[in-house]
Design a protein around this ligand. Structure first.
Ligand SMILES: Cc1cc2nc3c(=O)[nH]c(=O)nc-3n(C[C@H](O)[C@H](O)[C@H](O)COP(=O)(O)OP(=O)(O)OC[C@H]3O[C@@H](n4cnc5c(N)ncnc54)[C@H](O)[C@@H]3O)c2cc1C
Length: 450
Protein backbone atom coordinates (compact mmCIF):
# COMPACT_ATOMS: atom_id res chain seq x y z
CA UNK A 1 0.00 0.00 0.00
CA UNK A 2 1.42 3.37 -1.03
CA UNK A 3 1.82 5.68 1.95
CA UNK A 4 -0.09 8.94 1.71
CA UNK A 5 2.42 11.66 2.59
CA UNK A 6 2.07 15.15 3.99
CA UNK A 7 4.06 17.22 1.47
CA UNK A 8 4.98 20.91 1.43
CA UNK A 9 5.99 22.34 -1.95
CA UNK A 10 8.05 25.55 -1.73
CA UNK A 11 7.27 27.83 -4.68
CA UNK A 12 4.18 28.21 -6.88
CA UNK A 13 6.00 28.54 -10.19
CA UNK A 14 5.38 26.11 -13.01
CA UNK A 15 7.43 23.35 -11.37
CA UNK A 16 5.87 23.78 -7.91
CA UNK A 17 2.29 23.87 -9.15
CA UNK A 18 2.94 21.01 -11.57
CA UNK A 19 4.44 18.85 -8.82
CA UNK A 20 1.57 19.71 -6.46
CA UNK A 21 -0.99 18.56 -9.05
CA UNK A 22 0.91 15.34 -9.82
CA UNK A 23 1.34 14.53 -6.11
CA UNK A 24 -2.26 15.31 -5.21
CA UNK A 25 -3.46 13.07 -8.03
CA UNK A 26 -1.60 10.23 -6.29
CA UNK A 27 -3.47 10.85 -3.03
CA UNK A 28 -0.90 12.84 -1.03
CA UNK A 29 -1.78 15.82 1.19
CA UNK A 30 -0.15 18.78 -0.53
CA UNK A 31 0.36 22.45 0.44
CA UNK A 32 2.21 25.03 -1.63
CA UNK A 33 4.01 27.99 -0.07
CA UNK A 34 4.72 31.00 -2.29
CA UNK A 35 6.56 34.23 -1.49
CA UNK A 36 4.66 36.42 -3.96
CA UNK A 37 1.35 37.79 -2.68
CA UNK A 38 -0.18 37.26 -6.11
CA UNK A 39 0.86 35.38 -9.22
CA UNK A 40 3.01 37.67 -11.32
CA UNK A 41 2.01 38.78 -14.79
CA UNK A 42 5.60 39.44 -15.80
CA UNK A 43 7.61 37.26 -18.08
CA UNK A 44 7.42 36.38 -21.69
CA UNK A 45 6.36 33.52 -23.91
CA UNK A 46 7.14 29.97 -22.97
CA UNK A 47 7.09 27.04 -25.32
CA UNK A 48 5.17 23.89 -24.49
CA UNK A 49 6.83 20.98 -26.31
CA UNK A 50 5.30 17.50 -26.76
CA UNK A 51 7.12 16.00 -23.74
CA UNK A 52 5.29 18.32 -21.32
CA UNK A 53 2.07 18.43 -23.31
CA UNK A 54 1.76 14.67 -22.88
CA UNK A 55 1.57 15.27 -19.11
CA UNK A 56 -0.68 18.35 -19.17
CA UNK A 57 -3.13 16.47 -21.38
CA UNK A 58 -3.14 13.49 -19.01
CA UNK A 59 -4.20 15.92 -16.26
CA UNK A 60 -7.22 16.96 -18.34
CA UNK A 61 -5.92 20.49 -18.91
CA UNK A 62 -5.82 20.49 -22.72
CA UNK A 63 -9.01 22.52 -23.16
CA UNK A 64 -7.86 25.17 -20.69
CA UNK A 65 -4.57 25.51 -22.58
CA UNK A 66 -6.14 25.55 -26.04
CA UNK A 67 -7.98 28.75 -25.11
CA UNK A 68 -4.62 30.46 -24.45
CA UNK A 69 -2.04 28.94 -26.77
CA UNK A 70 -0.80 29.49 -30.29
CA UNK A 71 -0.04 26.47 -32.43
CA UNK A 72 2.91 27.40 -34.70
CA UNK A 73 3.45 25.77 -38.07
CA UNK A 74 7.21 26.18 -38.01
CA UNK A 75 10.17 28.18 -36.82
CA UNK A 76 11.94 30.07 -39.58
CA UNK A 77 15.62 30.51 -38.78
CA UNK A 78 16.76 33.78 -40.32
CA UNK A 79 19.95 35.66 -41.01
CA UNK A 80 20.05 38.79 -38.87
CA UNK A 81 21.23 41.18 -41.56
CA UNK A 82 18.88 40.24 -44.37
CA UNK A 83 16.05 38.17 -42.90
CA UNK A 84 16.88 35.42 -45.39
CA UNK A 85 15.58 32.03 -44.20
CA UNK A 86 18.58 29.79 -43.53
CA UNK A 87 16.70 26.93 -41.85
CA UNK A 88 13.24 25.83 -40.90
CA UNK A 89 11.96 23.63 -38.09
CA UNK A 90 8.58 22.11 -38.83
CA UNK A 91 6.31 22.06 -35.78
CA UNK A 92 2.57 21.53 -36.26
CA UNK A 93 1.22 19.15 -37.42
CA UNK A 94 4.58 17.42 -37.98
CA UNK A 95 5.36 16.98 -34.27
CA UNK A 96 1.83 15.80 -33.52
CA UNK A 97 2.24 13.10 -36.19
CA UNK A 98 5.67 12.13 -34.92
CA UNK A 99 5.23 12.26 -31.15
CA UNK A 100 1.47 12.20 -30.68
CA UNK A 101 1.35 15.72 -29.20
CA UNK A 102 1.65 19.18 -30.78
CA UNK A 103 3.89 22.12 -29.85
CA UNK A 104 2.41 25.27 -28.30
CA UNK A 105 3.41 28.83 -27.45
CA UNK A 106 1.91 30.43 -24.34
CA UNK A 107 2.52 33.38 -22.04
CA UNK A 108 4.28 32.23 -18.87
CA UNK A 109 1.63 33.88 -16.67
CA UNK A 110 -1.22 32.11 -18.52
CA UNK A 111 0.57 28.78 -18.04
CA UNK A 112 1.02 29.46 -14.32
CA UNK A 113 -2.60 30.60 -13.92
CA UNK A 114 -3.98 27.45 -15.54
CA UNK A 115 -1.90 25.30 -13.18
CA UNK A 116 -2.89 27.44 -10.20
CA UNK A 117 -6.62 27.07 -10.97
CA UNK A 118 -6.19 23.31 -11.48
CA UNK A 119 -4.35 23.01 -8.16
CA UNK A 120 -7.07 24.92 -6.28
CA UNK A 121 -9.74 22.83 -7.96
CA UNK A 122 -7.91 19.67 -6.86
CA UNK A 123 -8.06 20.86 -3.24
CA UNK A 124 -4.42 21.86 -2.86
CA UNK A 125 -3.82 24.55 -0.26
CA UNK A 126 -1.74 27.42 -1.68
CA UNK A 127 -0.38 30.03 0.74
CA UNK A 128 0.54 33.17 -1.20
CA UNK A 129 2.57 35.99 0.37
CA UNK A 130 4.42 33.48 2.54
CA UNK A 131 8.18 33.71 1.95
CA UNK A 132 10.36 30.88 3.16
CA UNK A 133 13.45 31.76 5.15
CA UNK A 134 15.06 28.31 5.17
CA UNK A 135 14.41 24.59 5.26
CA UNK A 136 15.69 22.21 7.94
CA UNK A 137 15.88 18.71 6.56
CA UNK A 138 16.09 17.01 9.97
CA UNK A 139 12.44 17.12 11.04
CA UNK A 140 11.86 18.21 8.22
CA UNK A 141 10.67 21.78 8.71
CA UNK A 142 10.01 24.83 6.56
CA UNK A 143 10.96 27.98 8.46
CA UNK A 144 8.96 30.94 7.19
CA UNK A 145 10.21 34.52 7.12
CA UNK A 146 7.53 35.23 9.75
CA UNK A 147 9.33 32.80 12.07
CA UNK A 148 6.54 30.25 11.90
CA UNK A 149 7.60 26.63 11.37
CA UNK A 150 5.75 24.07 9.25
CA UNK A 151 6.48 20.34 9.44
CA UNK A 152 5.87 17.72 6.76
CA UNK A 153 6.89 14.19 5.75
CA UNK A 154 8.56 15.59 2.65
CA UNK A 155 9.56 19.08 1.48
CA UNK A 156 9.81 19.76 -2.24
CA UNK A 157 11.94 22.80 -3.14
CA UNK A 158 10.53 24.36 -6.31
CA UNK A 159 11.69 27.84 -5.41
CA UNK A 160 13.48 28.74 -8.60
CA UNK A 161 16.98 29.66 -9.68
CA UNK A 162 17.72 31.52 -6.41
CA UNK A 163 16.37 28.67 -4.29
CA UNK A 164 16.63 28.68 -0.50
CA UNK A 165 15.81 24.97 -0.31
CA UNK A 166 18.87 24.02 -2.36
CA UNK A 167 21.21 24.84 0.54
CA UNK A 168 19.42 22.43 2.88
CA UNK A 169 19.85 19.59 0.39
CA UNK A 170 23.49 20.34 -0.43
CA UNK A 171 24.58 21.56 3.00
CA UNK A 172 26.16 24.57 1.29
CA UNK A 173 25.11 27.50 -0.90
CA UNK A 174 25.48 26.81 -4.60
CA UNK A 175 24.63 29.83 -6.71
CA UNK A 176 23.56 29.68 -10.34
CA UNK A 177 26.36 30.41 -12.81
CA UNK A 178 25.87 33.58 -14.79
CA UNK A 179 26.30 33.26 -18.54
CA UNK A 180 27.61 36.23 -20.50
CA UNK A 181 24.12 36.69 -21.95
CA UNK A 182 21.09 38.77 -21.00
CA UNK A 183 17.54 38.39 -22.25
CA UNK A 184 15.38 41.42 -23.06
CA UNK A 185 11.71 40.65 -23.28
CA UNK A 186 9.14 42.85 -24.99
CA UNK A 187 5.74 42.60 -26.60
CA UNK A 188 4.03 44.45 -29.43
CA UNK A 189 0.21 44.62 -29.29
CA UNK A 190 -1.77 43.20 -32.19
CA UNK A 191 -3.25 46.60 -33.19
CA UNK A 192 0.26 48.00 -33.78
CA UNK A 193 1.33 44.84 -35.59
CA UNK A 194 -1.76 45.00 -37.85
CA UNK A 195 -1.33 48.72 -38.52
CA UNK A 196 2.06 48.00 -40.10
CA UNK A 197 1.66 46.19 -43.46
CA UNK A 198 5.18 44.80 -43.12
CA UNK A 199 4.42 43.15 -39.77
CA UNK A 200 0.75 42.14 -39.91
CA UNK A 201 1.56 38.78 -41.52
CA UNK A 202 3.57 37.77 -38.43
CA UNK A 203 0.29 37.56 -36.48
CA UNK A 204 -1.53 35.42 -39.04
CA UNK A 205 1.24 33.13 -40.33
CA UNK A 206 1.61 31.76 -36.81
CA UNK A 207 5.20 30.87 -37.38
CA UNK A 208 8.01 31.67 -35.03
CA UNK A 209 11.05 33.56 -36.27
CA UNK A 210 14.51 33.00 -34.91
CA UNK A 211 17.06 35.55 -36.11
CA UNK A 212 20.70 34.51 -35.59
CA UNK A 213 23.33 37.24 -35.50
CA UNK A 214 26.79 38.00 -34.17
CA UNK A 215 26.72 37.78 -30.35
CA UNK A 216 22.96 37.42 -30.20
CA UNK A 217 19.66 36.00 -31.34
CA UNK A 218 16.01 37.07 -31.33
CA UNK A 219 13.03 34.77 -30.97
CA UNK A 220 9.62 36.17 -31.93
CA UNK A 221 6.15 34.66 -32.05
CA UNK A 222 2.52 35.62 -31.32
CA UNK A 223 1.00 34.65 -27.95
CA UNK A 224 -2.23 35.21 -26.00
CA UNK A 225 -4.46 34.03 -28.81
CA UNK A 226 -2.84 36.50 -31.16
CA UNK A 227 -3.22 39.54 -28.87
CA UNK A 228 0.51 40.32 -28.76
CA UNK A 229 3.74 39.53 -30.56
CA UNK A 230 6.32 38.24 -28.10
CA UNK A 231 10.00 39.04 -28.48
CA UNK A 232 12.96 37.70 -26.54
CA UNK A 233 16.28 39.23 -27.52
CA UNK A 234 19.44 37.60 -26.20
CA UNK A 235 22.76 39.42 -26.22
CA UNK A 236 25.76 39.93 -23.92
CA UNK A 237 25.22 42.32 -21.03
CA UNK A 238 24.64 42.90 -17.33
CA UNK A 239 21.42 42.30 -15.35
CA UNK A 240 20.19 40.40 -12.29
CA UNK A 241 19.69 36.64 -12.15
CA UNK A 242 16.07 35.58 -11.54
CA UNK A 243 14.79 39.17 -11.27
CA UNK A 244 12.20 38.92 -13.99
CA UNK A 245 10.66 42.34 -13.34
CA UNK A 246 13.68 44.59 -13.90
CA UNK A 247 12.92 47.32 -16.42
CA UNK A 248 15.45 47.81 -19.20
CA UNK A 249 16.33 50.78 -21.36
CA UNK A 250 14.45 50.43 -24.67
CA UNK A 251 17.01 52.58 -26.49
CA UNK A 252 19.83 50.35 -25.25
CA UNK A 253 17.94 47.32 -26.54
CA UNK A 254 17.32 48.99 -29.94
CA UNK A 255 20.91 50.15 -30.29
CA UNK A 256 22.18 46.61 -29.80
CA UNK A 257 20.21 45.58 -32.86
CA UNK A 258 20.88 48.61 -35.05
CA UNK A 259 22.50 46.43 -37.72
CA UNK A 260 19.68 43.91 -37.86
CA UNK A 261 17.27 43.57 -40.78
CA UNK A 262 14.33 45.96 -41.47
CA UNK A 263 11.64 43.64 -39.99
CA UNK A 264 13.52 43.62 -36.68
CA UNK A 265 13.87 47.41 -36.82
CA UNK A 266 10.13 47.82 -37.44
CA UNK A 267 9.27 45.43 -34.59
CA UNK A 268 11.56 47.23 -32.17
CA UNK A 269 10.23 50.63 -33.22
CA UNK A 270 6.85 49.59 -31.71
CA UNK A 271 8.33 48.54 -28.36
CA UNK A 272 7.69 51.03 -25.57
CA UNK A 273 8.84 49.06 -22.50
CA UNK A 274 10.99 46.02 -21.96
CA UNK A 275 12.36 43.83 -19.18
CA UNK A 276 15.83 42.40 -18.86
CA UNK A 277 17.38 39.57 -16.87
CA UNK A 278 20.62 37.65 -16.80
CA UNK A 279 20.63 34.18 -18.30
CA UNK A 280 22.02 31.79 -15.72
CA UNK A 281 22.18 28.08 -15.17
CA UNK A 282 22.60 25.82 -12.18
CA UNK A 283 25.69 23.64 -12.65
CA UNK A 284 25.36 19.87 -12.19
CA UNK A 285 24.75 19.41 -8.45
CA UNK A 286 26.08 16.70 -6.20
CA UNK A 287 22.54 15.69 -5.32
CA UNK A 288 18.93 16.81 -5.55
CA UNK A 289 17.69 14.99 -2.46
CA UNK A 290 18.89 15.42 1.12
CA UNK A 291 20.67 12.39 2.53
CA UNK A 292 17.77 11.57 4.85
CA UNK A 293 15.33 11.68 1.93
CA UNK A 294 13.14 14.37 3.44
CA UNK A 295 13.91 17.30 1.12
CA UNK A 296 14.16 17.26 -2.66
CA UNK A 297 14.64 20.05 -5.21
CA UNK A 298 13.07 20.20 -8.66
CA UNK A 299 12.69 22.67 -11.54
CA UNK A 300 14.96 25.70 -11.78
CA UNK A 301 16.13 25.15 -8.19
CA UNK A 302 17.79 21.93 -9.37
CA UNK A 303 18.61 22.58 -13.00
CA UNK A 304 17.90 26.14 -14.24
CA UNK A 305 19.12 26.14 -17.82
CA UNK A 306 19.63 28.58 -20.67
CA UNK A 307 16.46 28.92 -22.75
CA UNK A 308 17.89 28.01 -26.15
CA UNK A 309 16.15 24.63 -26.26
CA UNK A 310 12.98 26.00 -24.61
CA UNK A 311 12.88 23.02 -22.24
CA UNK A 312 13.18 24.61 -18.75
CA UNK A 313 9.47 24.62 -17.94
CA UNK A 314 8.87 21.33 -19.79
CA UNK A 315 11.41 19.33 -17.82
CA UNK A 316 10.12 20.98 -14.64
CA UNK A 317 6.68 19.52 -15.37
CA UNK A 318 8.39 16.18 -16.00
CA UNK A 319 10.14 16.46 -12.60
CA UNK A 320 6.90 16.69 -10.61
CA UNK A 321 5.35 13.86 -12.58
CA UNK A 322 8.37 11.60 -12.13
CA UNK A 323 8.48 12.45 -8.42
CA UNK A 324 4.85 11.39 -8.02
CA UNK A 325 5.56 8.07 -9.76
CA UNK A 326 8.58 7.45 -7.54
CA UNK A 327 6.65 8.24 -4.35
CA UNK A 328 4.06 5.69 -5.42
CA UNK A 329 6.63 3.07 -4.37
CA UNK A 330 6.85 4.39 -0.80
CA UNK A 331 5.06 2.24 1.75
CA UNK A 332 6.88 3.57 4.79
CA UNK A 333 8.83 6.76 5.57
CA UNK A 334 12.07 4.77 5.57
CA UNK A 335 11.58 4.21 1.86
CA UNK A 336 11.88 7.93 1.14
CA UNK A 337 15.65 8.08 1.06
CA UNK A 338 16.22 5.33 -1.54
CA UNK A 339 13.19 6.34 -3.56
CA UNK A 340 14.38 9.94 -3.78
CA UNK A 341 17.81 8.70 -4.71
CA UNK A 342 16.15 6.81 -7.54
CA UNK A 343 14.25 9.98 -8.51
CA UNK A 344 17.48 11.94 -8.55
CA UNK A 345 19.26 9.40 -10.69
CA UNK A 346 16.35 9.15 -13.08
CA UNK A 347 16.02 12.90 -13.57
CA UNK A 348 19.47 14.43 -13.07
CA UNK A 349 21.12 12.96 -16.14
CA UNK A 350 18.24 13.92 -18.44
CA UNK A 351 18.02 17.51 -17.21
CA UNK A 352 21.78 18.01 -17.15
CA UNK A 353 22.11 16.65 -20.69
CA UNK A 354 19.48 19.09 -21.98
CA UNK A 355 21.04 21.97 -20.03
CA UNK A 356 24.47 21.21 -21.47
CA UNK A 357 23.06 21.05 -25.00
CA UNK A 358 21.31 24.42 -24.51
CA UNK A 359 24.56 25.98 -23.31
CA UNK A 360 26.46 24.62 -26.29
CA UNK A 361 24.06 26.28 -28.72
CA UNK A 362 25.05 29.80 -27.61
CA UNK A 363 28.33 29.77 -29.51
CA UNK A 364 26.76 28.22 -32.58
CA UNK A 365 23.82 30.62 -32.78
CA UNK A 366 25.91 33.71 -32.02
CA UNK A 367 28.69 33.23 -34.58
CA UNK A 368 30.17 36.34 -36.12
CA UNK A 369 30.04 36.68 -39.91
CA UNK A 370 32.74 34.56 -41.52
CA UNK A 371 33.54 31.06 -42.71
CA UNK A 372 32.17 29.32 -39.60
CA UNK A 373 28.86 31.17 -39.83
CA UNK A 374 28.68 30.42 -43.56
CA UNK A 375 29.32 26.73 -42.85
CA UNK A 376 26.59 26.72 -40.18
CA UNK A 377 24.09 28.43 -42.48
CA UNK A 378 24.89 26.05 -45.31
CA UNK A 379 24.26 23.03 -43.08
CA UNK A 380 21.01 24.53 -41.82
CA UNK A 381 19.89 25.15 -45.37
CA UNK A 382 20.77 21.61 -46.34
CA UNK A 383 18.55 20.26 -43.65
CA UNK A 384 15.47 22.44 -43.35
CA UNK A 385 13.91 19.92 -40.99
CA UNK A 386 16.69 20.26 -38.45
CA UNK A 387 14.97 21.01 -35.15
CA UNK A 388 17.32 22.79 -32.83
CA UNK A 389 20.57 23.52 -34.57
CA UNK A 390 23.71 21.77 -35.60
CA UNK A 391 27.27 21.71 -34.46
CA UNK A 392 29.62 23.26 -36.93
CA UNK A 393 32.14 20.49 -37.09
CA UNK A 394 30.62 17.35 -38.51
CA UNK A 395 27.70 15.78 -40.25
CA UNK A 396 27.49 13.07 -37.62
CA UNK A 397 26.76 15.66 -34.91
CA UNK A 398 23.94 17.02 -37.02
CA UNK A 399 22.59 13.54 -37.58
CA UNK A 400 22.85 12.74 -33.88
CA UNK A 401 21.02 15.90 -32.88
CA UNK A 402 18.22 15.40 -35.40
CA UNK A 403 17.89 11.63 -35.23
CA UNK A 404 18.57 10.91 -31.57
CA UNK A 405 18.63 13.95 -29.30
CA UNK A 406 15.46 15.67 -30.47
CA UNK A 407 13.31 12.49 -30.51
CA UNK A 408 14.66 11.63 -27.05
CA UNK A 409 13.75 15.12 -25.80
CA UNK A 410 10.30 15.45 -27.40
CA UNK A 411 9.24 11.79 -27.35
CA UNK A 412 9.94 11.26 -23.64
CA UNK A 413 7.08 9.57 -21.77
CA UNK A 414 7.80 10.53 -18.16
CA UNK A 415 5.38 8.14 -16.47
CA UNK A 416 6.54 5.19 -18.53
CA UNK A 417 10.22 6.00 -18.15
CA UNK A 418 9.91 6.49 -14.41
CA UNK A 419 8.17 3.16 -13.90
CA UNK A 420 10.54 1.30 -16.20
CA UNK A 421 13.45 2.77 -14.27
CA UNK A 422 11.97 1.89 -10.89
CA UNK A 423 11.03 -1.61 -12.01
CA UNK A 424 14.47 -2.30 -13.36
CA UNK A 425 16.15 -1.12 -10.18
CA UNK A 426 13.95 -2.80 -7.61
CA UNK A 427 13.72 -6.49 -6.96
CA UNK A 428 10.22 -6.27 -5.55
CA UNK A 429 7.49 -3.79 -6.36
CA UNK A 430 5.35 -2.00 -3.82
CA UNK A 431 4.61 -4.91 -1.54
CA UNK A 432 4.77 -4.51 2.23
CA UNK A 433 6.26 -1.81 4.39
CA UNK A 434 9.73 -0.47 3.72
CA UNK A 435 10.18 -2.65 0.66
CA UNK A 436 12.77 -0.41 -0.92
CA UNK A 437 14.96 -0.35 2.15
CA UNK A 438 14.74 -4.10 2.46
CA UNK A 439 15.57 -4.48 -1.23
CA UNK A 440 18.72 -2.45 -0.64
CA UNK A 441 19.67 -4.57 2.35
CA UNK A 442 19.19 -7.63 0.17
CA UNK A 443 21.38 -6.12 -2.55
CA UNK A 444 18.47 -5.74 -4.95
CA UNK A 445 18.71 -2.00 -5.40
CA UNK A 446 21.32 -1.71 -8.09
CA UNK A 447 23.56 1.21 -8.89
CA UNK A 448 21.31 3.96 -10.20
CA UNK A 449 23.86 6.43 -11.49
CA UNK A 450 23.14 6.27 -15.22
C1 LIG B 1 7.91 36.15 -12.63
C2 LIG B 1 8.66 35.18 -13.50
C3 LIG B 1 8.82 35.45 -14.86
C4 LIG B 1 9.51 34.55 -15.68
N1 LIG B 1 9.63 34.83 -17.00
C5 LIG B 1 10.21 33.96 -17.81
C6 LIG B 1 10.27 34.20 -19.20
O1 LIG B 1 9.80 35.21 -19.68
N2 LIG B 1 10.85 33.27 -19.98
C7 LIG B 1 11.38 32.12 -19.46
O2 LIG B 1 11.89 31.29 -20.20
N3 LIG B 1 11.35 31.86 -18.16
C8 LIG B 1 10.78 32.75 -17.32
N4 LIG B 1 10.71 32.47 -16.01
C9 LIG B 1 11.31 31.21 -15.53
C10 LIG B 1 10.46 30.04 -15.92
O3 LIG B 1 9.15 30.27 -15.50
C11 LIG B 1 11.11 28.84 -15.25
O4 LIG B 1 12.37 28.59 -15.85
C12 LIG B 1 10.37 27.54 -15.41
O5 LIG B 1 9.00 27.74 -15.52
C13 LIG B 1 10.68 26.62 -14.22
O6 LIG B 1 10.03 27.19 -13.13
P1 LIG B 1 10.25 26.98 -11.59
O7 LIG B 1 8.88 26.82 -11.06
O8 LIG B 1 11.24 25.92 -11.31
O9 LIG B 1 10.90 28.35 -11.12
P2 LIG B 1 10.24 29.80 -11.09
O10 LIG B 1 9.39 30.04 -12.24
O11 LIG B 1 11.34 30.75 -10.84
O12 LIG B 1 9.28 29.72 -9.80
C14 LIG B 1 9.79 29.70 -8.48
C15 LIG B 1 8.72 30.18 -7.54
O13 LIG B 1 9.21 30.10 -6.21
C16 LIG B 1 8.92 31.30 -5.55
N5 LIG B 1 9.92 31.53 -4.51
C17 LIG B 1 11.22 31.84 -4.66
N6 LIG B 1 11.82 31.99 -3.48
C18 LIG B 1 10.88 31.76 -2.55
C19 LIG B 1 10.89 31.78 -1.13
N7 LIG B 1 11.99 32.08 -0.42
N8 LIG B 1 9.74 31.50 -0.48
C20 LIG B 1 8.61 31.17 -1.16
N9 LIG B 1 8.55 31.17 -2.51
C21 LIG B 1 9.67 31.45 -3.19
C22 LIG B 1 8.96 32.36 -6.64
O14 LIG B 1 8.24 33.52 -6.27
C23 LIG B 1 8.34 31.63 -7.81
O15 LIG B 1 6.95 31.76 -7.85
C24 LIG B 1 10.06 33.36 -15.14
C25 LIG B 1 9.91 33.10 -13.78
C26 LIG B 1 9.22 33.99 -12.95
C27 LIG B 1 9.03 33.68 -11.48
Amino acid sequence: MTKSLNIIVCGAGISGLGAAIALKRKGHQVSVIEAASQLQESGAGIQVPPNSLRILKSWGLETKFIAKVMCPKSVAIRRYATGEVIGRTEMNPVLQDKYGFPYWFIHRADYQNILYDAAIEAGIQILLGTPIESVDEKEPTVILASGKELKADLIVGADGVRSRTRASVLKEEVEALESSQCAYSATVPVNLMNSDPNLAHLMTDVNANLWLGPDGHIMGYPIRNGEVYNLVLVSPGKASVGKWNDRADVEEMRSRHAEWEPTVQRLLSHVTTCLKWKLAYVPPLERWASKNGRVVIIGDAAHAMLPLLSQGAAVSIEDGTALAECLDRVTDLVDLSPVLRAFQDLRKSRCETISKAALSLVDLWHLHDGPEQEGRDLKMKQDMTNTVGVTSDSKSSLDMMRDKFVPWMFGYDTVRQANMFLDSHLTRKGIGEGFVSRAIEQGGFLSLGQ
